[in-house]
Design a binder for this molecule. Sequence first.
Ligand code: PEP
Length: 243
Amino acid sequence: MPQLIAANWKMFGKLADIRAYATDILTASGHAELLICPPFPLLEPFAQALAGTPVALGAQDCHAAASGAHTGDVSATMLADCGATHVILGHSERRQHHGERDADVAAKVSAAMAAKLIPIVCVGESEAERDAGQAIQMVRDQLLHSLPAGFSGILAYEPIWAIGTGRTPSPSDVVAMHAAIRSALVEQLGGAAAGLRILYGGSVKPGNAASLLRLPEVGGALVGGASLVAADLLAIAECAPRV
Ligand code: PEP
């Protein structure tokens, strides 16, 4: 399976950026799959700019309910209606700044799957948890409680201390964590775990992408800051191993 390079634009970007960005990323050689996850207001215009291309479109969150009196929220069905095929869920910024717990993430994942979206579920430890030697146990616990029964989708290992800091875990720590995630997925999901992609996220840049993307069990990258510059996203995608 080709690797997936997913762009998390977070709360950046504006309408005027879309056309040039889409034109640039469509020059990718195509050996990695590309997914762009802009803020909600840019989903539909991005869907138009990317229509008929192999680049996929995703959102960064959804509500667990299909509809209702939830001012300011957006449902998974609305995202699908705008042309999204994927949704990032359980990002550490949502967990930290919006108090999302594992159970909330699991409910959103169920809603996404019901709307036929592919959830990208983020897990990752804090620096204190890593320093205390608890990183793997912590991520295993997050997985156990953030994935509903019958889960199908993508995982993203994003150590919180690596997000936006320019720091990354050592290759051996990434390998150990991705292997631990795979074995936890097998315990939870049985044979269905075999084909699930596990992305790495946290300060992926053109300069370090090759060393991260060549590691065993790394199925691609979730890229924040560097994804805002099309040339940087392309340079990262070009580091994905050819299959
Ligand atoms: C992210 O927020 O998902 C992320 C990986 O950010 P950055 O690449 O900026 O560390």
